[in-house]
Design a protein around this ligand. Structure first.
Ligand code: MRU
Length: 369
């Protein structure tokens, strides 16, 4: 269902300073923006079942670590609502089947698994099926609200790190589309711009799904932030020429020692930034820190269909017979990361210590695992 033309939305957002909601609960369904259609079509899709939500996550209609966490949480709520079970035992059985389905969609972003665990656990103390449904919905809403607030706080905290004027280089999409709204790394850029800093953003196109070119550029356009889309391979030479002051990226999972899994290409940027003496910042809510993972080698990394590499916009761009490797994520070792901005503060090396403190600062005031 297309509600507005992309141009209308851009005008509306520039007027109201509102940012897009990538995921929204509408009482009996989850509404998402179909991100595969951007930037040419702004289409909202309604997911009525957990299967609809799972399909949307696998197909990258909804994507970005926090956004898929929130979508999966609501997907579980849908499973609970649709269950015909009258006793709690059978209802939990239905819920657990949906947990399995949704957990299998994408392995790297910890937000997804965490949201499923939180919503499922919230029903443990339910007295009957209706009570369990209510508790599941409350938990999903809490995850959504927690993300919304975390993004604003990361924007405030991280904007202090950005000089003015600044050429910022970013990778993939970390904006309102990747979260509930506002964004992580892009949220920092947004806040710096709103504070009056002079910002220009180099937008890595981010092959193969082009989240940078299609989504980040679109969001920056809506916010009125100057930007230029570049081929992924151009970043190093721009750094060499002194045209990059800071690199800002998001994260799908942060290990206890500060190693960071993010969109493939992030590692190369971190190496390049180190070689050129440029600060490399990761912006991620504490919900993206996985306290069960000691270092990056234990993070499960998604590998997607080779077809996504060989085919671009419906056109074959490599021989069908040529093998293609489609790694969706890579791991950046903590030694290459200057700081990690979270909603409870800025973690600096040694991360084992600083991340533990910031994670502790979150617990108690927010959703518990
Ligand atoms: O494959 P995607 O588009 O879901 O990958 C998204 C990223 O890599 C983002 O950088 C990450 O989720 C952080 S977004 C707030």
């Amino acid at each position: 269902m297309s509600l507005m033309q992309p141009g209308d939305i851009i005008q509306t957002c520039l007027r109201t300073r509102e940012v897009m909601k990538s995921v929204e609960w509408l009482g009996d369904r989850v509404r998402i923006i179909d991100q595969t259609q951007l930037p040419t079509h702004l289409i909202y899709v309604d997911c009525w079942t957990p299967e609809d939500v799972a399909e949307a996550i696998v197909a990258l209609r909804v994507r970005g670590a926090p956004a898929i966490g929130v979508a999966a949480g609501y997907g579980l709520v849908l499973a609970g609502q649709h269950s015909r079970a009258v006793d709690l035992g059978s209802w939990w059985g239905d819920l657990d089947r949906a947990v399995d389905l949704l957990r299998r969609t994408r392995p790297t972003a910890v937000n997804l698994a965490r949201a499923l665990d939180v919503v499922r656990a919230a029903t443990n103390l339910a007295t009957d099926v209706e009570d369990a449904k209510r508790r599941a919905l409350e938990a999903a809403h809490a995850i959504c609200e927690e993300d919304r607030q975390a993004n604003r706080r990361m924007g405030d905290i991280g904007a202090d790190l950005i000089p003015s004027p600044a050429n910022v280089l970013t990778h993939c999409n970390t904006g309102s589309l990747a979260t509930v709204d506002f964004g992580t790394a892009l949220g920092v850029i947004r806040t710096a711009h709103r504070r009056g800093k002079t910002i220009h953003v180099w937008v890595d196109e981010t092959r193969p799904a082009l989240q940078g070119a299609r989504l980040t550029a679109w969001e920056l356009l809506m916010e009125g932030i100057r930007h230029t889309v570049i081929a992924d391979g151009a970043a190093g030479f721009l750094m060499k020429r002194g045209l990059v002051d800071v690199v800002l990226v998001g994260a799908d999972r942060v290990a206890v020692n500060g190693d960071v899994a993010n969109k493939v290409g992030t590692y190369s940027l971190a190496v390049l930034a180190r070689a050129h003496g440029i600060p490399f910042y990761v912006v991620a809510p504490t919900s993206t820190i996985d306290v069960s993972i000691p270092d990056g080698s234990a993070i499960p990394l998604e590998e997607r269909r080779p077809e996504e590499i060989r085919v671009l916009g419906g056109t074959l761009i490599a021989p069908q017979e040529s093998p293609a490797l489609n790694l969706a994520f890579d791991v950046t070792p903590h030694e290459l990361i200057s700081a990690i901005v979270t909603e409870t503060g800025i973690a600096r090396p040694p991360y084992r210590h600083s991340l533990a403190e910031l994670t502790l600062a979150r617990t108690g005031s927010s959703v518990q695992e």
